[in-house]
Ligand binder design. Structure first.
Ligand SMILES: *Cc1c(COP(=O)(O)O)cnc(C)c1O
Length: 227
């Protein structure tokens, strides 16, 4: 099956209210162009450097889609990241949030959408805030006070277990935290998006309330290497 067919098949299979972010790591610009031409609306990048290369390479086509930062954001890359990305999904500390906030205007923007990343499985190898509700609420309140950030969702990787059913309780817990933060009705916070689910777990994630899945392998095929 081609990338085009894969994307269109998955797009049909997944409910309309669920956004598909195509995870582009290790893929070529040609592959990304294919998926954009097939109708993709959102692209996810793990590294600012790669995103920049990809964005420039795509020219006008890059402007047809929304760009999501889905990898850890280093402070020294924020200035480069801001002009490219529409959403930063990986905010997990006030330090990062404040560092982004400070640089938004300099990048010629008024506001940037952000999600809080939660390390729902408390895995030591993963980024994200630990799944302690009080800590997450307090970061949401702090972000709400930052003029140039618009908090719009939560993101989680979930444990990459072999059996996607094992992720279900973690997804459920993330959804619960999402609803609690949303119910706070904080100023400048508009909790709309729950970004969870990847190739092996997207079906379970959607059943548990995800409205944004981040897919790579199922559309582009197996990655030859991870970088
Ligand atoms: C690679 C990646 C994905 C997609 O993973 P697949 O298993 O290839 O679908 C999703 N989210 C993040 C943050 C990633 O790095």
């Amino acid at each position: 099956m081609s990338i085009t067919e894969n994307y269109q098949r998955i797009r049909k299979e997944i409910p309309d209210n669920v956004t598909i972010v195509l995870a582009s790591k290790t893929r070529t610009p040609e592959e990304i162009i294919k998926v954009i031409e097939a109708g993709a609306t959102d692209i996810g990048e793990n590294y600012v450097q790669e995103a920049e290369g990809m964005y420039n390479c795509l020219g006008e086509k890059a402007k047809k889609v929304r760009w999501h930062m889905i990898g850890a954001l280093q402070k020294n890359k924020i200035n480069k990241a801001l002009p490219i990305f529409d959403v930063i999904q990986t905010v997990d500390s006030l330090r990062t949030a404040a560092a982004v906030d400070k640089r938004v205007e300099r990048a010629g923007k008024k506001i940037i959408s952000v999600y809080i990343e939660i390390n729902i499985g408390s895995e030591i190898t993963k980024d994200g805030l630990k799944p302690d509700y009080e800590i997450i609420e307090s970061l949401a309140r702090e972000i709400s006070r930052l003029e140039h950030l618009s908090l719009e969702g939560l993101m989680t990787m979930g444990p990459r277990f072999g059996n996607p059913e094992d992720s279900r309780p973690y997804f459920r817990k993330t959804k619960d935290i999402f609803e609690r933060i949303r119910a706070l009705n904080l100023p400048n916070v508009n909790m709309e998006t729950l970004s969870m689910g990847m190739t092996n777990s997207y079906e379970v994630a959607i059943e548990e309330g995800s409205n944004m899945v981040r897919l790579g392998t199922i559309v582009f095929g197996k990655r030859k290497y991870e970088n």
